[in-house]
Design a binder for this molecule. Structure first.
Ligand SMILES: O=c1ccn([C@@H]2O[C@H](COP(=O)(O)O)[C@@H](O)[C@H]2O)c(=O)[nH]1
Length: 277
């Protein structure tokens, strides 16, 4: 999916919601545990209940890898399910990969060829040659970690370079934006750092930003939109626990649908106020 197609999906669904499929075997409702693949059963029902209100899904790889080969099987089935039933959905592998070029090539093959994701999150620490291999696929995306939502972001990401005066997250943005374009790169910016989005928009005015941290981490959707929205929306706002664990009972999918709808309705207002729909 390219930039324009993603924006058109946002306009059509009146939503820039990304639902995080952080499916934890310890948290899924008891009645699903007797099925042959509880993780896939859970994902399937969550997707069916929320697809109307979201433009993207983001399985976080940790939740699948922690289960060994069965986790990979559940992930693969989830990707196939979305591809068959909801062709217009943007699929993000939250894998936070990146290694020497030769190895990144294989990560790219795993997530784009084998699994047919649209995008993968990548850590910038190893630099250009670790990121470029993910950008050799047409209409596939790298989502580079820029300013993360967690407390540990303050350990390194705000460190100032004495010569340029830039903080590390600014250097990441300024240096990396020339590695690709706004057709092949997005950035992760945490909703808990929404006040920084104005500065970030000065550096990358046209890129899409993947914004985790609303819902369970307490970030404000309104602040994110106020500071980060551009003329093509430019935002995919993720919520995982706040949506998929809205209930732990047999009504989990229905409640997840309600939670997604609530966020979508807020997004519709924000899109409309910005005259994007
Ligand atoms: O800076 C970051 C980067 C990634 N994440 C991931 O997003 C989701 C957030 O889940 P919630 O339940 O909505 O808090 C999760 O997969 C994180 O690993 C992030 O939170 N912050």
């Amino acid at each position: 999916m390219n930039h324009q197609q993603l924006f058109e999906q946002i306009q059509k669904k009146r939503s820039f919601l990304c639902v995080g499929l952080d499916t934890d075997i310890l948290k899924i409702p008891k009645h699903l545990k007797d099925t042959s693949d509880p993780i896939f059963s859970f994902n399937k029902e969550i997707i069916d209940a929320t697809a109307e209100f979201s433009v993207a899904y983001k399985p976080n790889l940790a939740f699948y890898e922690s289960l060994g080969w069965q986790g990979w099987e559940s992930l693969e089935k989830t990707v196939h399910y979305v591809r068959e039933k909801y062709q217009d959905i943007f699929l993000i592998a939250d894998a936070k990969r990146g290694d020497i070029g030769n190895t990144s090539n294989l990560y790219a093959r795993a997530f784009f060829d084998k699994l047919d994701f649209d995008a993968i999150t990548v850590a910038p620490y190893m630099g250009e040659d670790s990121v470029k291999p993910f950008m050799t696929y047409l209409d596939k995306w790298v989502i580079l970690l820029a300013l993360t939502s967690n407390k540990g972001a303050f350990d390194f990401q705000f460190l100032k370079d004495e010569k340029s005066g830039d903080q590390l997250f600014e250097s990441v943005l300024k240096t990396s934006k020339d590695w690709g374009s706004n057709e092949s790169m997005m950035y992760v910016v945490g909703a808990t750092k929404a006040e920084k989005l104005k500065e970030i928009r000065e550096i990358v005015p046209n890129h899409f930003l993947l914004v985790p941290g609303v819902g369970a981490q307490g970030g404000s959707l309104q602040e994110v939109a106020k500071n980060g929205m551009n003329n093509k929306c430019g935002l995919l706002v993720n919520s995982s626990r706040g949506i998929i664990y809205a209930s732990a009972e047999t009504d989990f999918a229905e409640k997840a649908g309600e939670a997604a709808k609530k966020v979508q309705q807020e997004m519709e207002i924000l899109l409309s106020e910005s005259k994007l729909i």
